[in-house]
Design a protein around this ligand. Structure first.
Ligand code: 5GP
Length: 189
């Protein structure tokens, strides 16, 4: 998506070889016109995939996922990062390792917000090692749903997530794919 690549080059900041800061338009201050276009792009790509519902992880996935759900005309469910694994009878949980925070968290969703048999599109802001996406995939499977697609705003293709998700058979669509970063340098695949 050309407008997104341009925006990343203009306003994104590579903090290191691994971490990209995009807080001026994607996850702190949010450019809603860009989000609307991102949502439309995901909707166009997955419109034929029989999507019943969009799922994302709080907090940075919510803006792009919400616009995609709106464009597709389906509900959005936000998986929560639980501080502890205090269980509620209806809660599905799985442990996820956070690449950016270098720690584990419990990902939680209430089963009633993922009705069995539905086809779910998972959307997130970044794809790095794939831990978040695989965590979401586990919850979607626990709920008896099908992960029908993975939509990513920014894929860091030099990390293993995209490859691992493709090997697992998931349909991954990334709007921008970064092949290399260094301090002050961002290159697309
Ligand atoms: P993964 O689980 O694929 O290793 O990492 C994806 C998650 O980590 C995303 O949900 C995102 O919030 C966060 N993340 C990974 N890499 C970056 C990055 O370079 N910049 C930002 N802002 N977040 C990232």
């Amino acid at each position: 998506m050309e407008a997104l690549e341009k925006r990343i080059l203009r306003d994104g900041r590579a903090l290191s070889e691994h971490v990209l800061l995009v807080d001026s338009f994607l996850n702190h201050q949010i450019d809603m016109e860009l989000m609307r276009d991102i949502g439309a792009e995901f909707a166009e790509r997955f419109r034929g995939a029989g999507i019943d519902r969009v799922a994302t992880i709080e907090a940075s996935g919510i803006a792009p996922a919400a616009m995609a759900a709106l464009s597709l005309g389906v509900p959005l469910v936000v998986m929560k990062k639980a501080a502890s694994s205090i269980l509620n009878a209806d809660a599905l949980t799985t442990k996820v390792h956070s690449f950016t925070k270098n720690s584990d968290y419990t990902l939680m969703v209430k089963a009633r917000f993922l009705p069995a048999g539905e086809r779910v599109l998972f959307i997130d802001d970044f794809l790095a090692m794939g831990e978040a996406a695989f965590g979401a995939a586990r919850l979607i499977a626990q709920a008896g749903c099908t992960l029908a697609g993975v939509g990513i705003v920014i894929e860091k293709s030099f990390q293993d997530g995209a490859k691992k998700l493709a090997e697992a058979g998931y349909d991954v669509y990334s709007l921008a794919r970064i092949s290399r970063m260094a301090e002050g340098v961002i290159e697309f695949a």
